[in-house]
Design a protein around this ligand. Structure first.
Ligand code: ZN
Length: 277
């Protein structure tokens, strides 16, 4: 491809899970060849790998390592499991440091056997417990509010207002927030909460995809930008007006797209990025 076709891809990042059938070396080679500039690495892509060498391999392909996904899952009724979660999050911070990224995304977790308020308290305590490690490693802990349909087990933080409340209460330069359009597009307070997030210096990441209508699976049927009902371009403008100038991260979990030939899918991602985000 000629260089001009890549000229507006300078803020495009793709998550390794988006092209799950590729291993991380294939993802790096293909992302780089297509003009993608950033990569967010999911921990499963690092299994059995030398993490430092993998980080170097990504940089050698000209990719910025935007973040590591994911830590979190702090709440448990059982104290031993909460302690285990903190240990696993410290390990994730270490992995992020080895990989050479400055951001760890947190899917904060929830335990359906206890009230959401209790899960939120445990999330706050869990993040506070790992802040010293995050600071020492130079890794920002990035809270990602999740759609309320996941409030039973995946996250007790379901709106950007709740994430803002949590980040402001923790009040640390090592805590930030990821705005993911899939989780937040429906929120009538989204524009004002994005503004609040940016004003308080907490807007760390922006994840994009689309909500297909009808959707066939509430986890694994995410669409390409422009394929559904999310006003991605409008939300991006709110995020940018709030001062965000980082990567636009394409994060698509899709059984349908994972079945496709991935080079063709990557072309579709770039087309959707250029025309619908
Ligand atoms: Zn996300």
């Amino acid at each position: 491809m000629i260089a001009t076709e890549h000229s507006d891809l300078s803020k495009l990042c793709v998550h390794t899970i988006t092209t799950k059938p590729w291993n991380i070396e294939e993802a790096a080679r293909n992302f780089s060849g297509a003009g993608v500039k950033g990569i967010t690495v999911w921990r499963d892509a690092l299994e059995g790998k030398d993490i430092r060498k993998t980080g170097q391999m990504l940089r050698d392909h000209g990719l910025s390592v935007v973040s590591l996904c994911r830590g979190g899952f702090f709440p448990h009724r059982d104290q031993i499991k909460r302690t285990d979660a903190i240990a696993d999050n410290k390990k994730a911070i270490e992995e992020a440091w080895q990989l050479g990224t400055t951001m760890l995304v947190l899917v904060c977790g929830a335990d359906p056997s206890q009230p959401l308020e209790e899960s939120r308290k445990q999330i706050r305590d869990g993040i506070a417990a790992i802040l010293p490690e995050a600071e020492a490693a130079g890794v920002k802990l990035t809270i990602e509010p999740l759609h309320p349909m996941y409030a039973d087990t995946r996250s007790a933080i379901n709106t950007l207002a709740q994430a803002n409340d949590m980040a402001e209460a923790l009040d640390s330069p090592w805590v930030g927030i990821a705005v993911d359009v899939y989780h937040l597009w429906w929120d009538p307070h989204l524009e004002q909460e994005i503004k609040r997030c940016g004003t308080n210096g907490n807007l760390s990441a922006f994840h994009i995809c689309d909500w297909k209508s009808p959707t066939t699976d509430l986890l694994l049927d995410r669409g390409l930008m422009g394929e559904g009902c999310i006003p991605v371009r409008k939300i991006r403008s709110w995020v940018e007006n709030a001062g965000f100038n980082g990567f636009n991260e394409v994060e698509i979990f899709s059984n349908a797209y994972w079945r496709e030939e991935q080079s063709g899918f990557l072309k579709k991602i770039i087309h959707a990025y250029q025309n619908h985000s």
